[in-house]
Design a binder for this molecule. Structure first.
Ligand SMILES: [Zn+2]
Length: 252
């Protein structure tokens, strides 16, 4: 269904724009692809250079953090700096604008960088948390930090407990609130946009399946073909920073 020709694209964009114009509730799922276009390395790409000798299991699991919080924090501080330096791109901005043009829009993201919020999107459902937030490991709530001058590790300003990045690590559950709201949105939507996600990681990958079962129009925007591509109603093969603005333009 995807087409490499400009004519094929144009037709798919026109059809997707038509579905969006009629939509009552749009559900959007975004993944690493849209952040990569802002220069944020994917999880795998963040294991390069100095960090190439580490495996994800050594940096992004509760066990790794318990064993060696200094190393885990070093990796996260480096990634936080990359996120702070990045800017939302045309795709992020287009999704914020799309929310203003349709009656209802639920934005679910697997990204932890907060770029959707910085682009102006509201009510973003963060499936994997937010790398810029700290969470108290004792109270299990987002917390203010105070530096521990003895160890250099960040501590909770309220209770003194060790802080960790407020992200979902391997072996941890998706936060219940975002997961429930995202599942409800996938059930309810009439258009589902899958943007820059490999569609491989569950439970996020299951959202598109719910939307397909509910006969929503499923539109995939991705550089490469994914497991979802053969099932999607429309496939826009290209960067989201080009495809999403083109979609908006085709809507007006
Ligand atoms: Zn605390």
């Amino acid at each position: 269904m995807s087409s490499g020709s400009a004519a094929g694209w144009g037709e798919s964009i026109a059809q997707a724009a038509e579905a969006l114009r009629k939509a009552r509730h749009v559900c959007v799922l975004t993944g690493a692809g849209i952040s990569a276009e802002s220069g944020i390395p994917t999880f795998r790409d963040a294991l390069t250079g100095l960090w190439s000798k580490f495996s994800p299991q050594e940096l992004a699991t509760p066990e790794a953090f318990a064993r060696d919080p200094e190393t885990v924090w070093s990796w996260y501080e480096w990634r936080r700096e990359l996120v702070r330096q990045a800017q939302p791109n045309a795709g992020h901005l287009a999704l914020a604008e799309l929310a203003r043009r349709v009656p209802g829009l639920t934005l679910v993201t697997q990204n932890v960088d907060g770029l959707h919020q910085r682009a102006g999107s509201q009510g973003v459902l963060e499936y994997h948390g937010n790398i810029l937030r700290d969470r108290c490991t004792v109270e299990q709530i987002v917390a203010e930090r105070s530096e521990d001058t003895r160890t250099g590790l960040p501590r909770c300003a309220a209770c003194g407990g060790l802080l960790r990045p407020d992200v979902v690590w391997f072996g941890e559950a998706i936060p219940a609130g975002p997961m429930t709201l995202a599942a409800a949105a996938a059930e309810d939507c009439d258009v589902f946009l899958s943007v820059g996600t490999s569609s491989l990681v569950y439970p996020a990958a299951g959202l598109a399946e719910v939307a397909l079962r509910r006969r929503a129009t499923v539109v995939e925007i991705n550089l490469n073909e994914t497991d979802l591509s053969p099932h999607a109603d429309l496939v826009l093969a290209g960067p989201s920073g080009q495809m999403l603005p083109a979609l908006l333009q085709a809507m007006s």
